[in-house]
Design a protein around this ligand. Structure first.
Ligand code: FAD
Length: 302
């Protein structure tokens, strides 16, 4: 298999980033900050904060990244979509991110506001394609730009080749890496990565790992994203409907096994979808032999 080495090597063989989403209520807000504070102790390379397509979470995303960068000193990527916005509107958001100290962007088109599965119509004064947004962002000269990738292809895509062409256009526009949609079958990822490399795309393709909080909800979500949910997951969770603690153990086992298998295949960098919760992420990383930095330096000395 083609290696996914980005040549950075360094502090640990296993490199991680965490994805969060902006809170929708006061309760979710305190949960988010507890989660970010705790997960920061696991030494992520960077964290990311999603952005509602069409700017629907512009303020909460901005206020969250301001706190992550300003107060918490975390290297933070702001997601940014260009659907339903003029270039000037998108650039105004980028300026706000930059003024807040953000130097990483996850550049996305976003789902059409008419609904997933309907066709994308660019804003008359907007970006025709995500690659155009990437090119604009890269032109700032000081932004690290990530893009999306879809190992099982995007639901709008007529074929995997079209999907890979879209990824290539983003890489050619200067994207620094791609973060993938979640997947559970590493053979699918391996075949995808081989095709990506054969298409001449050299940027790191970082697997998106989704620890499973709830298999039923995940199946619903996966259908919309075009991600498959293999039958072995039903087997692993069978009989655990009323056993949340056992379910959490199994979910962490599955995510850790997936990462360990990808490591054996030469992949060392992973993007974890946290769903703004600590336990499954911490459980997964513990199983991989990682330990959090002690929150209290006295603990470290003990
Ligand atoms: P693109 O990569 O531009 O295109 C997606 C696919 O559509 C292509 O691979 C291709 O198959 C097809 N396609 C595009 N253009 C054409 C064309 N001209 N002809 C034929 N086919 C075409 N959404 C949010 O709203 N907020 C977020 O914060 C967010 N974060 C995400 C993070 C990650 C890591 C991922 C994987 C997805 C995220 N999304 C987010 C979802 C994303 O916005 C949707 O999947 C959206 O529908 C596509 O955006 P994109 O940037 O992936 O599109």
């Amino acid at each position: 298999m083609a290696r996914n080495d980005n040549g950075t090597g360094g502090k640990s063989n296993l490199r991680i980033s965490f994805e969060f989403f902006p809170p929708k209520s006061d309760e979710m807000e305190s949960q988010l900050w507890e989660t970010v504070t705790e997960l920061a102790n696991w030494n992520p390379d960077y964290v990311t904060m999603t952005y509602g397509a069409g700017g629907s979470t512009r303020e909460p995303t901005l206020s969250a990244v301001k706190r992550m960068v300003g107060e918490m000193k975390l290297s933070t990527a702001a997601h940014l979509t260009c659907v339903d916005a003029s270039r000037n509107e998108v650039r105004a958001v980028v300026e706000e991110f930059r003024a807040a100290g953000v130097r990483r962007i996850v550049a996305l088109r976003g789902d059409p506001t008419t609904g997933v599965g309907t066709s994308y119509v660019p804003h008359p004064e907007g970006y025709q394609r995500t690659a155009d947004l990437v090119r604009d962002l890269v032109a700032y000269g000081d932004l690290d730009v990530s893009v999306s990738a879809y190992p099982e292809m995007h639901p709008e895509s007529p074929s995997i080749d079209v999907d890979i062409d879209t990824l290539k256009s983003k890489a050619d526009a200067g994207a620094h890496r791609a973060l993938t949609q979640f997947f559970f079958d590493n053979d699918i990822f391996e075949r995808y990565l081989d095709k990506v490399r054969a298409a001449g795309i050299a940027i790191p393709i970082v697997p998106g790992i989704m620890p499973i909080q709830n298999l039923t909800q995940l199946k619903r979500f996966a259908r919309r994203c075009g991600a498959s949910v293999p039958a072995f997951l039903d087997d692993r969770f069978e009989g655990l409907d009323d056993k949340p603690e056992d379910r959490a153990q199994v979910a962490a086992d599955i995510a850790a096994e997936q990462i360990a298998d990808l490591q054996r295949r030469g992949i060392h960098e992973f993007h974890l979808y946290t769903m703004n919760r600590v336990p499954l992420i911490a459980g997964t990383l513990e199983r991989l032999g990682l330990r959090p930095r002690a929150a209290n330096p006295a603990e470290a000395a003990a």
